[in-house]
Design a protein around this ligand. Structure first.
Ligand code: CTP
Ligand code: CA
Length: 220
């Protein structure tokens, strides 16, 4: 329900949210992807919009969200380019995309044929740039939020990401836990912030995670 009396507390804030898993081409008909649904990023964008922010969503997944600038991309390289073109002008980056860590070294021009004599086919991968780390290393005034998808040693791994990626906040989730993270409507987040104790949130819907996150940001 739209409540016109709710303060639009993000009015005047320019926000970029990235969402979805990147798809890294193998040939004209195939790619390497991951199970990210993009729902966490879409929720972050939707709630920020409702709070009055000026939102650009750089996304690999389709969305019918309105009153948001939507930039559709497929690969990590495209996502990074679109983000770098705009990073100077924004106040907040929420890097919710599940960026592929690796991409095929070569993209075949033609559909790759299987060979009758070979049962094993090898694809050589090369590292993608770390978009968050690359962009955040150039930050001046921007508030930068990353996620950390972990299946073990959640706090230790996420603390490392907070420091190494020059992020202001990391929202860590244990993606092997039921209901947390990949391809479900709920998430269980631990918020990490430099010089603060980790804050563990209960399991909640991704929209409620987004509301809680933006509430945290507004109260900083
Ligand atoms: N990220 C990114 N570019 C990449 C990989 C990750 O910008 N090439 C961002 C993600 O969007 C996320 C954060 O970095 O906000 C953490 O991603 P995650 O996959 O958890 O960590 P990695 O640094 O990729 O390390 P690993 O997968 O080995 O745990
Ligand atoms: Ca990764």
């Amino acid at each position: 329900i739209e409540n016109n009396f709710i303060d639009k507390k993000l009015t005047g804030k320019k926000v970029i949210v990235t969402a979805g898993g990147t798809k890294e081409n193998i040939d004209p008909v195939r790619y390497i992807g991951n199970r990210s649904s993009g729902k966490m990023g879409l929720a972050m964008a939707e709630v920020a919009r409702d709070l009055g922010a000026d939102i650009t969503l750089i996304t690999t997944v389709e969305t019918d969200l309105t009153d948001i600038e939507i930039i559709k991309v497929q690969t990590a390289a495209e996502m990074m380019k679109k983000l770098q073109d705009r990073f100077d002008t924004i106040d907040v980056l929420v890097m919710a995309a599940a960026v592929a860590d690796f991409k095929p070294i070569n993209v075949a021009d033609q559909k790759i044929k299987k060979n009758d004599n070979e049962d094993i086919f090898t694809i050589k991968l090369t590292k993608n740039p770390d978009i968050l780390k690359t962009v955040a290393s150039t930050k001046t005034h921007q508030f930068v939020v990353g996620f950390a998808a972990e299946t073990q040693n959640l706090l230790a791994n996420a603390e490392k990401k907070l420091a190494s990626k020059n992020a202001d906040v990391i929202l860590a989730n244990n993606v092997s836990e039921n209901g947390a993270g990949f391809n479900v409507d709920t998430n269980k987040i631990t918020l990490l912030q430099k010089d603060h104790e980790p804050d563990s949130w209960p399991l909640m819907s991704k929209v409620d995670v987004a509301k809680k996150f933006w509430g945290f940001y507004i109260n900083l």
